[in-house]
Design a protein around this ligand. Structure first.
Ligand code: BG6
Length: 492
């Protein structure tokens, strides 16, 4: 168990307090940080939702959520009891001006105005503007208040701008924390260290040495009861517009001048601006989209996407995307970045593969394989570099064999790898936005994504079926084959 320095005390006010995200991620993350000494004993977590629950009833739900989402070995009875004491509940419809604001104000007024307040909006993004307006009308936004916005911020550039404008009327940009939980993942943060603390990598981090890059976020789960949201969103909006483009930015950005949040975000923004636009008429060349059919995942038969949505439903929503992105810059000219994500795939695996160029000439009987750096985001966070070594089996000639230099972080450091929300929730309290998305990044990402959506809406690229439990449709393989490239699983 780690002992972390405590942050200044705070009130975390969660809108959407009975929802899945609060139960599955937010409460467990705050529990861990409380157990590790980072959450002060007088901090408060004030959940709000429309359900008419008493504080005791909500605390019972919170306790149950901890039991469901935290392994028993990390749940100490006394710590759980003390943590649950921090939890309050106000039955309130944040989007309605006439709702029960008095109870929330009553609780907040018990503490001085200088105390940090975090308003966490875990509701539908359509409500963000109204909630902020009500907070403002109720005079609940103090100098020390921040607001956290969960994704999706909009469904295209226009709707994202409308959300950002409506929140921006009440909170200054430096008090708005747009969360992308991929940035809280240890290995994603580790990209900055790996690249900028190790000259051995950074010197090779250009088109001189790199052939292509792959970024994959594959899941074995289906839509898991989130069909109504997912069917309006699809994989491109749900995963690529945010998580995968953010990872791409960290892989491709130039060294920031410092670790100051804006220095890093300025560099990321440059990458987004340098992405070559994919015109609607070109989506068939640069993208592949698919939808899962019935199949087998981890030995179990699973239904199709349409079956998961419910009987008699039809849908053209993609549950898989692969695309080829190009960055128009000196560093990355002619290096494709392949991004891919999907539900009901063969394995749960998020990783970055840096495929180096092969040697121009060989003195050996067999050609050395090109080096490959695999940065594994989850599961089993780690870094692996494939190298050619001498084949140890006795032969007359000097032949080559591939082997891996492999670091598995959890084993190497012998510590628990925290869930990404733990770090992010406390960064908001500290007021550190380095791992959050600035408004101009959201806009730049949508500007690049919108034409792809337009091309798909005109059916310029077919929606291909793929059996659940596979690596996606054939189109994804063809996307790389055009350039003689392979997805990671096909290299093995
Ligand atoms: C969320 C998406 O942002 O990320 C989900 O909305 C997806 O559809 C999830 O399942 C994946 O997160 P992780 O951390 O499991 O890779």
């Amino acid at each position: 168990m780690a002992h972390l320095p405590p942050v200044d005390t705070f009130d975390y006010i969660v809108f959407g307090g009975t929802g899945d995200l609060t139960m599955r991620k937010l409460l467990p993350a705050l529990y861990y940080r409380f157990r590790d000494g980072q959450v002060p004993a007088d901090a408060r977590i004030i959940a709000t939702a429309r359900s008419p629950l008493s504080r005791g009833e909500y605390q019972d739900r919170a306790r149950q959520a901890l039991q469901e989402h935290i392994p028993p070995a990390s749940l100490e009875a006394d710590t759980v009891t003390r943590f649950i004491e921090l939890v309050h509940y106000v039955s309130l419809n944040g989007a309605e001006a006439q709702s029960n604001w008095a109870d929330l104000r009553g609780l907040l007024d018990q503490e001085p105005e200088t105390r940090i307040r975090v308003y966490y909006l875990a509701t539908s993004p359509a409500l963000y503007g109204q909630i902020c307006e009500n907070l403002s009308k109720q005079n609940l936004i103090t100098e020390q208040s921040r607001v956290v916005l969960e994704k999706p911020i909009g469904t295209d550039l226009q709707s994202a701008n409308a959300i950002n404008d409506s929140v921006g009327r009440h909170f200054p940009e430096n008090h708005i924390f747009r969360i992308d939980h991929y940035l809280g993942k240890e290995t994603v943060q580790n990209l900055i260290t790996l690249r900028f603390a190790n000259p051995v990598f950074e010197r090779l981090w250009t088109s001189d040495a790199i052939d292509y890059v792959q970024i994959t976020a594959a899941e074995t789960v289906g839509v898991e009861g989130r069909g109504a949201y997912y069917d309006r969103s699809g994989c491109l909006r749900d995963m690529i517009q945010n998580h995968l483009l953010q990872v791409l930015c960290l892989v491709a950005m130039d060294p920031p001048v410092s670790l100051d949040a804006d220095s890093v975000r300025n560099e990321k923004l440059k990458v987004l601006h340098a992405l070559k636009p994919i015109r609607p008429s070109d989506v068939a060349i640069y993208t592949s989209r698919g939808q899962y059919m019935r199949g087998h995942v981890n030995g179990q038969t699973v239904g199709s996407y349409l079956e998961d949505l419910g009987e008699g439903v039809t849908s053209e929503t993609e549950t898989f995307v692969a695309l080829k992105a190009e960055i128009l810059s000196w560093r990355w000219g002619n290096v494709p970045f392949y991004l891919r994500s999907g539900k009901r795939m063969a394995e749960k695996c998020s990783e970055i593969v840096i495929q180096f160029k092969s040697a121009p000439w060989t003195i050996f009987a067999n050609r050395p394989a090109a080096n490959r750096l695999v940065i594994r985001i989850q599961p089993d966070e780690g870094v692996m570099l494939s190298v050619s070594t001498k084949d140890p089996t006795p032969t007359d000639s000097l032949s080559l064999r591939e082997a891996d230099i492999n670091i598995e972080f959890e084993k190497a450091f012998n510590i628990r790898y925290p869930d990404s929300y733990e770090r992010l929730l406390l960064d908001v309290v500290r007021g550190d936005p380095i791992l959050f998305i600035r408004r101009d990044e959201v806009e730049a990402a949508w500007k690049w994504i919108d034409p792809i959506l337009q091309g798909w809406s005109k059916n310029e690229a077919p929606l291909e079926p793929y059996p659940a439990g596979t690596w996606g449709p054939e189109g994804a393989r063809n996307l790389l084959a055009q350039s003689g490239h392979l997805w990671h699983e096909d290299m093995k």
